[in-house]
Design a protein around this ligand. Structure first.
Ligand code: SF4
Ligand code: MG
Length: 335
């Protein structure tokens, strides 16, 4: 059937004085109604730019965007700003990383939620207020009536993130994009916010695009995962498959760097050596080549195509061009 969202051959670049940065390099993925897709990768891999591109929040120029973004079968690329404003917030909601900068410090949180509602729905004041109180309840803000008239500074970081989630869901969007929704928060608060997002996804039957640098946070929530590296998807598959048998050396390294709850010593954590490539001049071969411990000669000169490595699982890595080349390696890394 038709996907709720289908992204095909998305490319985003930015012209700068230093040259053109190719931030997103031919990315395709889809989201079906009700599922959660996680986009995972290090900072600068193009995951936030992809999210902004979905809502056409890329300023052009200096940005340039090509490809296709189908939402409910309708093309978003080329839509007017006015048409996009009807979609943003109403059809597609978005939560960003930093709740401090996203809220207006001079307006009560109740008013801010009401404004979002008023942008999309012509409701009488009382009705708007009722709906705003309703979403504050949904995100678990206690004593919503009392807190309604308070300003952002009266809320903790976690509570502010709840207010932003309330704003994002106030118009009941079909798709919620959450870009690093917990990165700025304490570990214990992070878990609460993820639980709220997960519960809301089910309760409101929303589709969720969860963007994070932390593979650990998506284990419970994501149905499928797309691993981004240097502006491309290097591996994709069900959450289960990627955790059980990651096929791309980068995914394997990401998994190995997740802090374990049962770790007794910090030195058990490993991190990935090296840095991602310069996207002013993307490499001609595999972008992970300089950091890959399993690199071969071919990797330096030929970009690896996407190989099927399991049901619904694909990895862009030359290791999988060789029959049976991956099984032992995947076990070694994860076992
Ligand atoms: Fe490593 Fe080569 Fe696979 Fe790239 S294609 S991840 S360099 S083995
Ligand atoms: Mg980001």
């Amino acid at each position: 059937g038709r996907h709720l969202l289908e992204v095909r051959n998305l490319r985003v670049s930015f012209d700068t004085y230093g040259g053109t940065v190719q931030a997103v390099r031919d990315v395709s993925f889809h989201l079906d109604e009700g599922e959660c897709l996680a986009i995972v990768g290090e900072s600068g891999c193009g995951k936030s730019v992809t999210a902004m591109a979905l809502l056409k929040l890329i300023a052009t120029p200096p940005g340039k965007m090509t490809g296709s973004i189908l939402f409910r079968g309708d093309e978003l690329v080329g839509r007017s700003e006015k048409a996009m404003n009807r979609i943003r917030g109403r059809e597609i909601g978005m939560i960003f990383q930093d709740p401090m900068t996203s809220l207006n410090p001079t307006m009560s949180i109740g008013r801010q939620i009401e404004e979002v509602i008023a942008e999309h729905d012509a409701l009488p004041r009382g009705e708007r207020r009722r709906r705003a109180l309703d979403v504050l309840g949904l995100v678990g803000i206690p004593e919503a009536e009392r807190r309604y008239g308070q300003y952002p500074h009266a809320f903790s970081g976690g509570m502010r993130q709840r207010v932003l989630i309330a704003m994002a869901i106030a118009c009941r969007p079909a798709l919620l994009i959450a870009d690093e929704p917990t990165t700025a928060l304490d570990v214990t608060i992070q878990a609460q916010i993820l639980d709220i997002i997960g519960a809301l996804q089910k309760e409101l039957a929303m589709t969720l695009l969860l963007i994070t640098h932390d593979l650990g946070v998506v284990a419970k929530m994501a149905d499928r995962i797309a691993v981004f590296y240097a502006g491309q998807i290097v591996e994709r598959g069900s959450s289960e498959a990627l955790f059980r048998r990651p096929a791309h050396p980068y995914t394997q390294a990401l998994l190995a760097s997740i802090p374990r709850i049962d770790a007794t010593r910090a030195d058990r954590l490993s991190s990935i050596e090296g840095t991602p490539p310069d996207l002013f001049r993307p490499p001609i071969g595999c972008a992970f080549f300089p950091r890959c411990t399993r690199a071969m000669k071919v990797c330096a000169t030929m970009p690896p195509p996407s190989f099927s490595v399991g049901e619904g699982q694909q990895a862009s890595c030359w290791l999988h061009a060789m029959v049976g080349g991956n099984v032992g390696a995947a076990e070694r890394v994860t076992g």
